[in-house]
Design a protein around this ligand. Structure first.
Ligand code: 80F
Length: 309
């Protein structure tokens, strides 16, 4: 089975490492046949990126003819391109797609899923929400549960910044740390202004409630000019909360009291609370980090090879 990796930054490199280091039976016949970045296509599987051809991701698809595309390129929330066209072309050809890149799914979820279904191909996207902590793939193992609402903390960078600010750092110092740790988007304003979290809750709304919505319909606020001092004095914390139910989806900073389980979700950790007709489920784990995001895609690859849908 041939993989084509798109994007070879923090996450792409961690994914390649996992593929080489984890000895998993399902992966015996899997190989990287090409890696494409903004600099071109490399046809070798080697750590140092040296392009063989100066071509783009769509052209690389013809050149490599992969069985699976693994998209770990930067998010383009304006158009979703070039990833959006790449998915649609690949899925129509029966090539499966695994992605850590939220933008195409946050913008054109219905079109992408319908294309996959009508062509018998698959798209897996666990890493787009909470990285390697199951959120999308968690839904796979909750059959027939009627979910009423979901809420959580879905952006690692902003939760890290808010936590470090409560420990005395300035906003800019905390952001710099988050960037050094590989949590932030290439353009960190996407994290700070709430856009990244909005993209994630859009995807969750589509998975958990079949809303068929786009990020452009979601109200969101970020933590750009956030003041946390008064909340801290009251013994509370400010968290960037994402919420969705059958009718509503939003992201906004909120004051959280000690009684709320989200109060203790600090640093790069993310959390999701799922309320259903059967029970309430909470899940907490890292929401960002190169290895964590790469593991989301890596776990998707194994599920795909096991024949999951
Ligand atoms: P990085 O900027 O290191 O690498 C991007 C790569 O994409 C580069 O190799 C670049 O050349 C390539 N690229 C850009 N445009 C391209 C194009 N048009 N064609 C081909 N290649 C292109 O980015 P990361 O950190 O490696 O992230 C990669 C993707 O994973 C992005 O879409 C992220 O949104 C996504 N992702 C990253 C996460 C992380 O922790 C987490 C999960 C998904 O919660 C948070 O705080 C979030 N900021 C993290 S979510 N790094």
């Amino acid at each position: 089975m041939k993989l084509m990796l798109v994007g070879y930054g923090n996450v792409g490199k961690a994914f390649r490492k996992l593929l080489h280091e984890k000895k998993v039976k399902e992966l015996e016949n899997v190989k990287i046949a090409g890696i494409v970045t903004t600099r071109g296509l490399m046809l070798k599987d080697q750590e140092a990126f040296v392009p063989d051809k100066k071509i783009n991701a769509l052209e690389a698809l013809d050149e490599v003819q992969p069985d699976v595309v693994v998209d770990m390129a930067s998010a383009n929330y304006k158009t979703g391109e070039p990833s959006l066209s790449l998915y649609l072309t690949a899925l129509k050809r029966g090539i499966h797609v695994i992605t850590t890149n939220k933008a195409p799914l946050a913008l054109k979820y219905k079109e992408i899923i319908n294309t996959a279904i009508s062509h018998g191909s698959k798209i897996f996207f666990q890493a787009t929400v909470m990285s390697g902590t199951p959120s999308i793939n968690l839904y796979r193992i909750l059959p027939a549960m009627k979910v009423r609402k979901i809420r959580g903390i879905l952006n690692g960078t902003t939760n890290y910044i808010l936590t470090r600010m409560s420990q005395g750092l300035s906003f800019n110092e905390a952001l710099k740390e988050a960037q050094e740790l590989g949590y932030a988007e290439r353009d960190p304003t996407l994290d700070i202004n709430g856009f990244d979290a909005a993209g994630k809750i859009t995807i969750l709304s589509n998975v958990y409630f079949s809303r068929g919505i786009s990020i452009n319909e979601v109200k969101f606020e970020g933590i750009g000019n956030i003041e946390i001092g008064d909340a801290l004095k009251r013994g509370n914390k400010i968290k960037l909360i994402a919420y969705a139910d059958e009718n509503e989806t939003y992201v906004k900073p909120m004051e959280i009291t000690k009684e709320d389980f989200l109060y203790n979700v600090d640093g790069v950790n993310n959390a999701l609370e799922i309320e259903s007709d059967i029970q309430k489920i909470t899940i907490v784990g890292p929401g960002a980090g190169p290895l964590n995001a790469a593991y989301g895609a890596f776990s998707d690859l194994i599920l795909l090879l096991r024949g999951e849908n």
